[in-house]
Design a protein around this ligand. Structure first.
Ligand SMILES: Cc1cc2nc3c(=O)[nH]c(=O)nc-3n(C[C@H](O)[C@H](O)[C@H](O)COP(=O)(O)O)c2cc1C
Length: 363
């Protein structure tokens, strides 16, 4: 058996976690009517409950926050009830689960928004696609948010965080990554505002920090984390000086006392070395848990934990086809491959029917 600190327990803010392996947030586009988590979601997440922490698929804080077909929300009573089934199932298996809360900003389509334009820091269309009508479509032209609309967005995150606790979640991860609204504000490729929310490192960080502070105030900083992706070009975004931007952001996040930063290092789902960036600088600036993600396998995860570069490691794609990823890594069992045809949308196929190794091998 491979012996490594990956399998040692840790404390994450207010909660103990059984090991250092995190299931990264994975959008699967299977929500049902009313954007309630699908009837299969409780089983899907419970199958993966041996992860030290599960972070759910990104989940909307409001109607305006949606950017893809059939992604769940957490702003109606039915959605809260649907998520309660998920958290109950994960807790019954001894797991821990945070919900990732997002607003997609400009990465959306008028067809998802009742004909309204997506909202963004500035009226700059993203060079990216959304998943719509079971296929991919160009995103729509966005409109710039008015200054007086921003407190409402902060409040939507605050309310969704309160709903998360009602639904039984152990905490909330603010989605500050991958080219969505909070990152659109933080990066100058999408934000050319000249008010208090644009034009300087401090101003561009403002909405992300206000949202995180509101969530932390609502549910406690020890139950609050955030995901960031400083150099990721995901969803057509760019930043001219990400090191200065994210050094500042992480200093401020540290001051908020939140439980963790979750850093997608490099291009999310792509090369880790897409642009020069000193992640050690973020690590040193943040005094609590650093969760690292992107392109980790057992070897890299073990090395980064041993070198003190991270406290926990989040695995994304590997968790889709390996519900028992923790046990497979620990025992050296082979890893199963994802079926690309069933990643987005559909029902149980490609969702809850990936077997554990002991089921697949008849052990
Ligand atoms: C199908 C799929 C869905 C994803 N959905 C989300 C999401 O909802 N929120 C998010 O922050 N990242 C999302 N990601 C990015 C993953 O969390 C992760 O950062 C990425 O897959 C790289 O990690 P990995 O190399 O371990 O897979 C998604 C990735 C994939 C492949």
């Amino acid at each position: 058996m491979i012996k490594t600190t990956l399998y040692e327990p840790a404390t994450l803010g207010a909660i103990p976690v059984a090991n250092r392996i995190v299931m990264a947030p994975l959008t699967r586009n299977r929500a049902g009517a009313g954007l309630v988590p699908s009837e299969f979601a409780a089983e899907y997440y419970a199958q993966r409950a041996s992860a030290g922490l599960i972070i759910t698929e990104a989940t909307q804080v409001s109607k305006q926050a949606q950017g893809y077909q059939d992604t769940p929300g957490l702003y109606t009573p039915d959605q809260i009830a649907g998520w309660q089934k998920v958290t109950d199932a994960v807790h019954a298996k001894g797991g821990r689960i945070f919900v990732q809360l997002w607003h997609v900003g400009r990465v959306s389509h008028v067809d998802l928004l009742g004909g309204d334009a997506p909202v963004a820091p500035s009226a700059i269309r993203a060079a990216t696609k959304t998943f719509l009508n079971n296929g991919f479509a160009d995103v729509s032209e966005p409109r710039a948010l008015e200054l007086d609309e921003l407190p409402g967005i902060v409040d939507d995150f605050r309310k969704a965080a309160a709903n998360a606790i009602k639904a039984g979640f152990d905490g909330v991860e603010v989605h500050g990554a991958n080219g969505y609204l909070l990152e659109q504000f933080a990066k100058d490729g999408a934000n050319v505002r000249t008010d208090a929310y644009g034009g300087s490192v401090e101003n561009r960080a403002r909405l992300m920090l206000e949202v995180t502070a509101a969530v932390a105030q609502e549910i406690g900083p020890e139950r609050t984390g955030i995901r960031i992706s400083p150099v990721s070009p995901a969803n057509g975004i760019s930043a001219s000086d990400p090191q200065a931007q994210y050094d500042y952001i992480v200093d401020q996040l540290d001051a908020l006392g939140i439980a963790y930063i979750h850093v997608a290092e490099g291009a999310t789902g792509g090369p880790r070395d897409v642009a020069p960036f000193d992640y050690g600088s973020l690590r040193r600036r943040f005094s609590r848990t650093y969760i690292a993600n992107n392109g980790y396998d057992l070897q890299l995860a073990t090395a980064h934990l041993a070198e003190g570069k991270a406290d926990l490691i989040a695995f994304g794609r590997l968790f889709i086809a390996n519900p028992d990823l923790v046990e497979r890594l620990q025992s050296g069992a082979p890893l199963a491959e994802i079926n690309p045809a069933t990643i987005y949308g559909g029902g149980a196929a490609g969702y809850t029917d990936y077997p554990r190794f002991d089921q697949a091998s008849g052990v």
